[in-house]
Design a protein around this ligand. Structure first.
Ligand code: GLU
Length: 494
């Protein structure tokens, strides 16, 4: 019998997301409950957006949750390399086969032409997509344009009519019309493969038997199946999991709910409780028991128990479960050990103590000065901002613009954060102290405290996001309409 092999294939382009952990958990349980292997593959073909930092954060966070893999870039394995940026030669060999067999073609269209085409299609309300302009270029023309050094991409051919039918492990028969499927770019003009191409080539070469991923990928299946067919390969079995949702049923998003695994680590959740909670997203133990470990989930795993109704990621419920773990699974001494590790692990202490030691006369002064580093929130109230000399609209702008600015920051250090804030205050025509004052309150809960820049540096983006979000909420919130206005104002600042 063939060995079952599953994978997660995150793109290292941001914070480690709870959605990645959720998909990892189900892939791992499925593979291990069948005596198979679970693989981590890093999909870093987007040269601009991928970063090593994001990759190591994803690896660290999944390890923290205990969602370890049998093969991957860090642990190796016989199907490596497991990082797509190290496999470019493999993709170009395979795309050559497609070109030779006339299943793919070179497209020299400029981005201006494609933009115009798109605009026209949107205007005329016709299907948006490539119109086949370069589909039938003669060999001579291709030769001469290549000689002239024109930029090109490689696209796949797709059928013009009919439907693509396939079976999804959870959804049964799915049918998608070929007319909805674009002539997908397989190789970009920088020579790198797109997600679709690299993903199919790697799933095949890594012997992946089951592709278990989020439902947002279901519309990509026709392209993927076509590539398997073009390359003469047996496709894997597809299984699209329901998306995690906010309590209001919208797609889980960091604006409404913390989505970064780092946030849960920083807030002092237990990894076993968080992973257990993710296991409850659309899945139940046969016994109905709500508290279970990864091993128990694996032992009882049946993918058909996944229900397709959008599972709601609800912080209240997670808090309840985490509390249950603390009360039922931990002795006092374990609690002390884990709590001390969390609160006083050497990194934290190293970063915080230098900030407060100049201000304390005795150890007992430390707690008051540092409590905002450790507590879940800083208990802001409506009048928390009343002594600030800026009006509400300006305060909201300072908070929101700072968050946007720091979310885009590549290297998280004091100097960079200082530079961002300084630039922003300049662009907003505010004195630096004035600009910092709302941030002081949002982050520390007080008007006077340790340097806000130092504090933000230690707290990290996840907590900074949560604190600014709370502050915006107590100030009355930002409507969708206002958010749009703020975004265009923000974009005009730079
Ligand atoms: N790189 C894709 C992602 O970022 C992987 C999707 C898949 O599993 O096919 O989620």
């Amino acid at each position: 019998m063939t060995q079952i092999r599953t994978r997660i294939a995150p793109s290292p382009t941001g914070d480690p997301h709870v959605g990645t952990a959720y998909i990892a958990l189900f892939n791992r349980c499925f593979a291990h409950s069948n005596g198979g292997k679970f693989i981590l593959r890093v999909e870093d073909t987007d040269r601009v957006r991928s970063s090593k930092n994001s990759e190591s954060n994803i690896i660290e966070s999944l390890n923290w949750l205990g969602l370890t893999w049998d093969e991957g870039p860090d642990v190796g394995g016989e199907y490596g390399p497991y990082r797509q940026s190290e496999r470019t030669k493999i993709y170009s060999e395979h795309v050559d086969t497609l070109l030779q067999n006339e299943k793919a073609f070179r497209c020299f269209c400029t981005s201006e032409r494609l933009d115009q085409l798109r605009k026209l299609q949107l205007q005329e309300k016709t299907q948006v997509g490539y119109d086949g302009h370069c589909l039938n270029l003669s060999d001579e023309e291709i030769e001469s344009r290549l000689k002239q050094g024109e930029d090109y991409v490689i696209r796949m051919k797709v059928p013009e009519s009919g439907d693509c039918e396939f079976d999804d492990l959870l959804r049964g028969n799915v049918s998608i019309s070929w007319s909805q499927v674009d002539m997908q770019v397989l190789i970009k003009s920088d020579g790198m493969p797109t997600y679709h191409f690299a993903n199919v080539v790697d799933d095949h070469l890594m012997n992946i038997t089951h592709v278990i991923r989020g439902e947002e990928w279901i519309n990509s299946v026709p392209k993927h199946l076509l590539l398997y067919e073009y390359l003469g390969w047996e496709p894997p079995i597809f299984c699209h999991m329901p998306l995690l949702r906010n309590p209001d049923k919208s797609k889980l998003s960091k604006r409404k709910n913390p989505t970064s695994i780092g946030y849960y680590e920083d807030m002092g959740y237990l990894p076993e409780a968080l992973v257990n909670y993710l296991g409850m997203m659309g899945w139940t133990m046969p016994s109905g028991e709500e508290k279970f470990s990864i091993q128990e989930m694996t032992n009882n795993f049946d993918i058909h128990r996944v229900s397709l109704g959008g599972p709601v990621f609800d912080l209240e419920k997670l808090n309840w479960l985490n509390g249950k773990y603390i009360r039922e699974e931990m002795s006092d001494s374990e609690f002390i050990k884990k709590y001390t590790q969390w609160a006083f692990d050497s990194e934290n202490i190293k970063n915080v103590i230098p900030l407060v030691r100049e201000r304390v006369d005795k150890f007992s002064d430390v707690v008051d000065l540092t409590s905002f580093f450790l507590s879940a929130d800083v208990h802001l109230k409506e009048d928390s901002f009343s002594k600030i000399k800026l009006d509400r609209d300006r305060i909201l702008r300072v908070l929101k613009f700072s968050l946007w600015r720091l979310e885009a920051l590549e290297s998280w250090d004091k100097e960079s954060i200082h530079k961002e804030f300084q630039m922003l205050s300049g662009q907003m025509d505010l004195k630096f102290r004035e600009f910092l004052s709302p941030l002081f309150v949002a982050v520390t809960g007080k008007y006077v405290s340790i340097s806000v820049i130092e504090s933000v540096t230690v707290l990290g983006i996840d907590i900074f996001r949560a604190r600014t979000r709370d502050a915006i909420k107590v100030l009355g919130g930002i409507s969708k309409k206002m958010e749009k206005t703020l975004l265009s104002e923000y974009q005009n600042l730079f």
